[in-house]
Design a binder for this molecule. Structure first.
Ligand code: FRU
Length: 465
């Protein structure tokens, strides 16, 4: 039964059972939010990809719908890979990659782009023109996938990821009917250590409040989710951009996709794992999940801010704690915070601190804990999961310049933690697999006191997926 599954998440999108990876086809259609996902329903490992499907009226409460795409046609024989969704003349259209192995052992593939449409948003029919892009462009290769489609003026545009000679690329197409596509050229490609294959590209407009001043970052995961902020010239299809930045600094965040909703918000979901992630939940018959929906905005420093969407406040069942102005000296454990589904807002004063570092430990057990720590000297935020439970380990750290307050907005679920620091300036997402009796949440400071200015904690709803 579900209750026996100790790591099954309470308020994140997961498959009913089996495997899930990338979010796909994000769209608001006829008033509902739809999320599709790469899915193998018959096992807890990656297999021939289907598109699973959930929908919601509020981005918070999700319901399962029948599997939307099943592989098996000549052009998608070995999988319906990632893609996106648009609405065209009242129909919900999915544009996805048909995957066929030329040589499975060598992972040699021939990938094409395909279309499937639906009138009700539930039953999808693959288009008779498939594949709608039957071969890769000259500057690409058989690794040619993950179409992202959008409307601009009178045309549909599509970008896909590809590679040639170990250079990752994004290529651009245009169409007036989603069925016949004209190749326009490459718009970006990797340099240096930016990756030999670019998958799951996305491309969208964020209004900039000011000029752009990008800066470099360090990449600690094997797979990276990076972004460039730049300017797109829609007459000559030229994209000039700054440097590559990581969008989330945790262990488990990949294949992010975005869409724009009717309020003009740019909303993102990502796979809350990585190809290299261990997935101890496989023993419970499921593997993988998506992150919470996050709103993307562009800040004055030219970087993207990522914050949980406003609607997530609906998850709050009851407030467990609300305290202000406490001095933390050493450790303080809140034994009343033993719920598995928590939202935590904690703020520290960083102006008069004697401490060397301070922070918050989640899922504190006899020997286990997940540590979120701010190092004042290094001005770094650290997520340490060396003691987070079964299978996982590793420390991630990221520069977070000191400002007067350090605000952490944390979503804790049974096997995940999402940390939004200083209103989305830095975000860290990681899976954790605690096994010990939950003794609560602990604030700490090392080598001196810190003033915690505010701590608000809510117990969150289990949405029952
Ligand atoms: C990214 C990815 C995509 C591909 C899909 C296959 O995680 O490799 O490029 O379409 O997964 O499941």
């Amino acid at each position: 039964t579900q209750t026996a599954k100790r790591w099954r998440l309470g308020y994140h999108i997961m498959a009913p059972s089996g495997w899930i990876n990338d979010p796909n086809g994000l769209i608001q259609y006829k008033g509902n939010y739809h999320v599709f996902f790469q899915h193998y329903p018959y096992g807890v490992e990656w297999g021939p990809m289907h598109w699973g499907h959930v929908a919601s009226h509020d981005l918070v409460h999700w319901k399962y719908y029948p599997i939307a795409l099943v592989p098996g046609d000549t052009y998608d024989r070995d999988g319906c890979f990632s893609g996106s969704a648009v609405e065209d003349e009242g129909e919900l259209c999915l544009i996805y990659t048909g995957h066929r192995y030329l040589d499975k052992e060598k992972s040699l593939a021939d990938q094409v782009q395909c279309l499937a449409v639906s009138r009700d948003g539930i039953q999808f029919t693959k288009d008779s023109n498939n594949p709608v892009i039957a071969s890769y462009p000259e500057e690409g290769s058989g690794d040619f996938r993950d179409p992202k489609v959008w409307r601009h003026n009178d045309f549909w545009y599509l970008i896909a990821g590809t590679t040639k000679n170990h250079i990752g690329k994004v290529v651009l197409y245009r169409s007036s009917d989603l069925r016949t596509w004209t190749y326009l050229g490459g718009i970006a490609q990797s340099e240096g250590n930016q990756g030999y294959m670019w998958e799951c590209p996305d491309f969208f407009e964020l209004k900039s409040p000011q000029g752009i001043e990008p800066e470099d970052d360090c990449y600690q995961n094997l797979h990276q989710t990076g972004y460039f902020v730049g300017h797109f010239d829609d007459e000559c299809f030229d994209f000039s951009h700054g440097s590559f930045n990581e969008l989330d600094k945790g262990h488990d965040f990949y294949a992010v996709q975005t869409f724009q909703d009717d309020q003009g918000r740019r909303i993102a979901f990502a796979w809350m794992d990585m190809w290299e992630s261990l997935m101890p939940e496989q023993e419970e018959g499921w593997a993988g999940a998506l992150t919470l929906p996050r709103e993307l905005t562009l800040a004055a420093d030219g970087k993207i801010r990522m914050t949980p969407v406003e609607e997530l406040k609906k998850l709050r069942k009851n407030k467990l704690l609300s305290v202000e102005n406490e001095y933390i000296s050493g450790e303080k454990t809140y034994h009343e915070l033993t719920d598995e589904l928590l939202e935590i807002e904690v703020e520290f004063d960083t102006t008069l601190v004697e401490a060397f570092d301070f922070g918050i430990n989640l899922r504190v057990g006899e020997t286990e804990e997940t540590v979120i720590r701010y190092d004042l000297k290094e001005e770094k935020l650290i997520l340490d999961r060396t003691k987070s439970g079964t299978g996982v380990g590793g420390v991630r750290q990221t520069a977070l310049p000191k400002s007067e307050r350090l605000r952490l907005h944390i979503y804790l679920d049974r096997s995940s933690v999402e940390v939004f620091a200083n209103d989305g300036e830095t975000v860290m997402t990681s899976r954790i697999y605690p096994t010990e009796k939950n003794e609560g949440v602990r604030l700490f400071s090392n080598e001196g006191d810190v003033r915690m200015t505010r701590l608000n904690v809510w117990r969150l709803e289990n949405i029952g997926l």
